[in-house]
Design a protein around this ligand. Structure first.
Ligand code: AMP
Ligand code: MG
Length: 409
């Protein structure tokens, strides 16, 4: 009996918990998930400053000013960003001021430079517009006041977040650390790129892909190597991996008919469940916990496309949970089948590798990315999305569908 994908996902997600929060350096925490609320220890901006280049004045001194009848004031100082005025502005005076400069004491508004004219070589200024108090002034605390709640727990740290934290002087936050994810390949037939290929051998592509997927998600990669079909070697690799990593991805040796040592070893050292999931590709899948730390171990299928699809649908959501993410699954985005996708009923949901193109009206057009065999890694590499086709006869050209986007389109 095939297991519905949702049941397999629930089984896995029920058995992983977010990694304990740690103090992380903000500068190194891009993409990590906050585990604390952040309140601002500083006001932003810290002092009232001008939003424009112009002249700092007392608004009342500009009463009645216009292009025809400007108000002429003496210019008593120049104030630039980082260089506050060394005295207060007195009634009837103006100070030349540049964007970001602190408002001088006594000034309450700025006349933008476009509405002024220099007089006597800049010794005086003709103001051609009347301003009200506060005009072109950014008050202290306009963005954030001391004690404001800036961010909530579970927010993902984006470049903008890092900027805000830097902007309020915070260098460390409590956040979920990046999971350390170990990746290993198993199989006597496998050879590393860069080595000669003997008869009957194929190259190990899964490890390169899985290591890169882990890195792409912002997690720490641990290359646990290419392990031969040898019980002792597999035991060592999986035991060491489970001890040194927060999760382990292994590929190969999970198929139904396999007399595979990965199965033998994992059943001995871990608490595993071997599944046949109602999807194609990536039907065989194993999940369990290994070692003292109950490290999650994902037994991904060996076929290259299957291992990627299995990663996307089963491992990635669980690793995101480890990383503390509030959203685990990729969204199913509305799109249009730009060609027919036919299939036959077989009790499985087919995940078709597709290319996605944005049409002139903004809708997403979906076409096959190429060969749909579980060994056709090139089509998977070129795919922008997975198109789930529910059990049945497929969809016709022009049908509305939903896709799981893997790339920016
Ligand atoms: P298995 O799941 O070990 O029965 O492998 C299924 C298929 O995937 C076989 O054709 C294997 O040779 C192939 N395969 C297994 N591991 C890898 C790998 N790391 N890279 C490329 N192909 C693999
Ligand atoms: Mg194998």
């Amino acid at each position: 009996m095939l297991l519905p994908l949702a049941d397999a996902q629930a089984h896995v997600l029920d058995r992983v918990a977010p990694l304990a929060p740690q103090p992380l350096r903000v500068a190194a925490a891009m993409g990590c998930v906050l585990a604390q609320a952040v309140t601002s220890p500083e006001a932003v901006p810290p002092f009232a400053n001008t939003a424009m280049d112009g002249y700092a004045v007392r608004a009342v001194d500009t009463t009645g000013a216009s292009e025809r009848a400007p108000v002429v004031l003496p210019v008593v100082a120049e104030v630039a960003a980082g260089h506050p005025a060394d005295r207060a502005l007195r009634p009837g005076e103006a100070m030349r001021i540049f964007t970001g400069a602190p408002m001088p004491d006594g000034a309450d508004a700025v006349v933008m430079v476009e509405r002024t004219e220099r007089v006597d070589d800049g010794a005086r200024v003709a103001l051609q517009a009347e301003v009200v108090a506060g005009e072109a002034v950014r008050p202290a605390g306009d963005d954030l006041r001391v004690g404001d709640v800036v961010f909530e727990p579970s927010e993902v740290l984006t470049p903008g977040h890092l900027g805000v934290l830097a902007g309020i002087g915070i260098t460390e936050v409590l956040a979920h650390p990046r999971p350390r994810v170990g990746v290993l390949s198993t199989g006597d037939e496998l050879v590393e790129a860069g080595r000669p290929l003997a008869p009957g051998q194929i190259r190990d592509s899964n490890r390169a892909t899985l290591l890169a997927l882990v890195a792409q998600n912002g997690w720490q990669v641990v290359d646990l190597g290419l392990i031969p079909d040898d019980e002792a070697a597999i035991t060592t690799a999986l035991t060491d991996g489970a001890a040194s990593c927060d999760a382990v991805l292994s590929s190969g040796g999970v198929s139904m008919g396999d007399i595979d040592l990965v199965k033998v070893v994992l059943d001995r050292i871990g608490d595993m469940r071997w599944m046949q999931i109602a999807i194609r590709p990536a039907k065989p899948f194993a999940f369990g916990v290994v070692g003292e730390r109950s490290t999650p171990v994902f037994g991904l299928p060996g076929n290259p496309v299957s291992s990627m699809v299995s990663f996307e649908l089963l491992a990635r959501p669980a690793l995101r949970k480890l990383a503390g993410h509030p959203v685990l699954h990729r969204p199913a985005v509305p799109a249009v089948a730009a060609e027919a996708f036919s299939r036959h009923p077989d009790g499985k949901v087919h995940y078709v590798r597709v290319r996605v193109e944005r049409a002139d009206d903004g809708s997403l057009d979906v076409r096959s990315a190429g060969g749909q065999g579980s060994h056709h890694l090139t089509a998977m590499a070129r795919a922008d999305a997975l198109l789930p086709l529910p059990d049945g006869d497929g969809v016709a050209k022009g049908d509305a569908v939903r896709v799981l986007l893997l790339a920016d389109v």
